[in-house]
Design a protein around this ligand. Structure first.
Ligand SMILES: C[S@@+](CC[C@H](N)C(=O)[O-])C[C@H]1O[C@@H](n2cnc3c(N)ncnc32)[C@H](O)[C@@H]1O
Length: 276
């Protein structure tokens, strides 16, 4: 949801204190403006605590970094906006640690939001290509200047064969609604010996549809892991969706349909090409 202009002005005012788990506005507001700010903060999960020592909107989790992401984006999550739920800082560290990124690694972030993951990946020396379907968020990613390339568009429509080679690492937190489609598509952009790390709806651990079952079997076969994340992992981002962390390590000869696997296919077809 887009911040009303007056609420955005108040929340970005340097006098407004956004620290730890609370937002405190230590100056007078007109009644209508106060009501708008109060509405936004409550929609984001805050609760007004009027005790003299506090007088702030208090959140159940650290709001500071997440609020920074929202104010940068000019919006806060709503279920109707392509599932934008920024990855909270602690989880960003966990995902990027799990990916094992070294300086010079090429890294794909295929649903980058406003860069919660890309910022940390770049700090570790990764060269990031980012996709984001929402033009406003893609513009924010470009303005941040961290990524090697930013593509505004539908990652699922991107042909992996347009890349000459795969990525060393894929780090992602795709929309919860069709996360597995994003992960399976993303694997086609990975080198044979790359790693993919993703957040996913926890349902992946037990869904019985063929695609989920086959994916779990494949992850086990390559020595990967699907582990539950704490229930409140995304509470700070305004959703109680339960999630898991997916880790897929590639290696030469595995059954993963990686970028290298795709590249090998035309050579195999050449065997049947009479003119070859
Ligand atoms: C759950 S948010 C995560 C954002 C970011 N990865 C992060 O960790 O903070 C998912 C993001 O994917 C974007 N998205 C949804 N469908 C997409 C698609 N088909 N291609 C590219 N981006 C997409 C949404 O706009 C949203 O910003």
């Amino acid at each position: 949801m887009i911040f009303p202009a007056s609420a955005l002005t108040v929340l970005t005012d340097p006098r407004t204190e956004i620290r730890d788990d609370r937002v405190r506005i230590p100056f007078e507001l007109d009644r209508p403006v106060y009501e708008q700010v109060d509405k936004v903060l409550k929609e984001m999960g805050g609760r007004w605590d009027g005790r003299t020592a506090i007088r702030a909107h208090v959140f159940a989790y650290r709001i500071e970094e997440f609020m920074r992401q929202c104010l940068t984006a000019g919006e806060y999550p709503s279920k109707n906006e392509q599932g934008w739920y920024a990855t909270p800082p602690a989880l960003v560290t966990q995902l990027v640690d799990a990916a094992g990124i070294f300086a010079g690694h090429t890294v794909l972030e295929p649903s980058a939001g406003v860069g919660a993951l890309t910022g940390e990946i770049v700090k570790r020396g990764g060269l990031v290509d980012a996709y984001e379907i929402d033009e406003r968020r893609a513009d924010i990613l470009r303005a941040q200047g961290d990524c090697r390339r930013v593509f505004a568009g539908d990652f699922l429509a991107q042909d992996p064969m347009e890349y000459a080679e795969g990525f060393d690492r894929i780090v992602m937190n795709p929309p919860f609604a069709n996360g597995l489609d994003h992960i399976v598509h993303a694997l086609q952009f990975m080198k044979d010996d790359g790693h993919l790390v993703s957040v996913m709806s926890r349902g992946l651990m037990w869904w019985s549809d063929r695609k989920s079952v086959e994916f779990r079997e494949l992850v086990e076969e390559v020595g990967g892991d699907i582990e539950p994340l704490p229930d409140d992992s995304f509470a700070v981002s305004g959703t109680n969706v339960r999630t898991c962390l997916v880790f897929v390590p590639g290696y030469a000869g595995s059954r993963l349909r990686t970028h290298d696997w795709l590249m090998r296919q035309p050579r195999q077809l050449d065997l049947f090409d009479v003119a070859a």
